[in-house]
Write a protein that binds this ligand. Structure first.
Ligand code: AHR
Length: 494
């Protein structure tokens, strides 16, 4: 099995926005409580923040984290989470049929983000609330002083504004499961008016409008058009959400799902640009893939969980090796679209469909942690289209799935080229031939592979490791590598 790629600075896709490697923390299950926040745990600091979780998040190099939801935000009063903890209300969280104690809120999350070296992507509630709560929140977080909300922030211990730059205008407002779901017109109008008021408080912020929560929603397509018709001039990004699973245990098809993501992104770009053309606008709407991951392992267990508990173990997917391969393919796909996808959030970050899991004794890292960590760390700079040539196979859903999935990134500051590659073949090693056209290399900094595991193997015992790939050679403008069957590979050159 052979695969060829070309690397040339002429094949530049885009500068990569670091926010492509964002993630997501929702008040859901054990993401916040007993995830990032667990007062009294020996691993927690004086504020109750789990230090071992912060260390793992830092390893992932996550530049931005979306908060506080998700479905949760559509019933959330942000004011419940500020001020003295003893005065904060306990409330029903109707989205996840749980109890919310509000012991963790805005200031606690900002402190956590600061300690985890990450920015915040804040979502406002456009389900049960609207313009007023949203503009007050921007005043609270971003206005310096001398007004009711900014002075309340200072009274609550934050003298300096939080200066949050990226904001989501609600969550999945097209979904009947959403508290306060809306028609596209209702949402488009509300998003526009909320956007205007938020930007009047701080015109430096960027706003993400809700696109469809999946391509299967019956309003998909017309939703995007209507929302953009109403809100085009006041929003900056349109969101996409997409989750994958392998319930039929069809590995070949499952590993092809990155083609579905490719299709989804292409179609949303087309809709954004059609509205742009119709409006004769000079402004381009970019995309925020603000929820993506594998999510299906925990569905059956979640149905058994008793309602109205604090921090029940919801959505605790345990990922296996095949999931890590798909996540690698999805990351490559996001990079291929880095000209239009500027923000993406792996959903989620801790315990809930997450790369990082906690127990009372420590953390363990899921299989998907490894590809995400490597792409987030080394996939910085410029994305280069590699013009992959590889034979293909077909599956139930896809006609032509290339055995080789690949992208390259060029970090001009560090003088590094990184090749990310997945060999989808279940049986054969892939002989990779890389032609460097107007670039040349001195040698290999590092070549790693993630392979050789049973496709259903999981990592609760923390035994899985990235291994060195010794079958890689590089000379001047040529690189050769042998990629193991079912493998995730990273080759770093300088
Ligand atoms: O990430 C889990 C949930 O998936 C989010 O709350 C929601 O937005 C989506 O349906």
């Amino acid at each position: 099995l052979k695969g060829q790629v070309r690397i040339s600075t002429d094949l530049r896709i885009s500068n990569i926005d670091p926010r492509l490697y964002g993630s997501f923390i929702e008040h859901l299950g054990r993401a916040v409580y007993n995830g990032i926040y667990q007062p009294g745990n020996p691993n927690s600091d004086e504020s109750g923040l789990r230090k071992d979780v912060i260390d793992a998040v830092k390893q992932l190099n996550v530049p931005i984290v979306r908060y506080p939801g998700g479905n949760f935000v559509s019933g959330y009063n942000w004011e419940d989470g500020i001020g003295p903890k003893e005065d904060r209300p306990r409330r029903l969280d109707l989205a996840w049929r749980s109890l919310e104690t509000n012991q963790f809120g805005l200031h606690e999350f900002m402190e956590w983000a600061d300690k985890a070296n990450t920015e915040v992507n804040m979502a406002v509630n456009l389900g049960t609330r609207g313009v007023d709560a949203a503009r007050n929140l921007v005043e609270y977080t971003n206005f310096e002083k001398g007004t009711y909300w900014s002075d309340l922030r200072r009274k609550n211990g934050a003298e300096k504004p939080f200066n949050i730059k990226t904001w989501c205008l609600g969550n999945e407002m097209d979904g009947p499961w959403q508290i306060g779901a809306k028609t596209a017109y209702e949402y488009g109008r509300l998003a526009n008016e909320t956007a205007k008021a938020m930007k009047w408080v701080d015109d430096s912020i960027e706003l993400v409008a809700c696109g469809s929560s999946s391509m299967e929603n019956p309003t998909y397509g017309s939703w995007e058009e209507t929302v953009l018709d109403e809100a085009y001039d006041n929003v900056d990004y349109l969101s996409l959400h997409r989750y994958y699973g392998n319930p039929d245990n069809d590995l070949g098809n499952y590993l092809g799902e990155s083609l579905d993501l490719d299709d989804f992104i292409n179609s949303v770009v087309a809709i954004c640009d059609a509205v742009k053309a119709r409006k004769h606008s000079k402004k381009t709407i970019n995309l925020s893939m603000d929820e993506w991951n594998v999510w299906y392992h925990s569905n059956a267990d979640d149905k058994k969980i008793e309602p109205w508990q604090v921090a029940p173990p919801l959505l605790e997917d345990v990922y296996n090796f095949e999931d890590a391969l798909l996540v690698g393919c999805l990351l490559i796909t996001l990079l291929k679209h880095s000209d239009r996808v500027k923000i993406a959030c792996l959903a989620q970050l801790v315990n809930v469909i997450a790369p990082i899991m906690t127990t009372d004794d420590g953390v363990w890292l899921q299989t998907i942690f490894y590809p995400f960590m490597q792409v987030s760390k080394y996939g910085r700079g410029v994305a280069l289209d590699t013009r992959v040539q590889s034979s293909t196979y077909s599956s139930k859903k896809f006609d032509e799935i290339p055995y080789l999935e690949s992208i390259a990134t060029l970090n001009e500051d560090a003088h590094e080229i990184t090749i990310f590659a997945v060999n989808r073949s279940q049986k054969e090693a892939l002989d990779l031939d890389v032609q460097l056209e107007d670039l040349n290399v001195k040698g290999i900094i590092e070549a790693t592979q993630f392979c050789g595991y049973d496709i259903k193997a999981t990592n609760e015992d923390s035994k899985m490791k990235l291994a060195a790939n010794t079958n890689v050679s590089a000379d001047y403008n040529h690189v050769h590598a042998s990629l193991q069957p079912l493998s995730w590979n990273v080759i770093r050159l300088n």
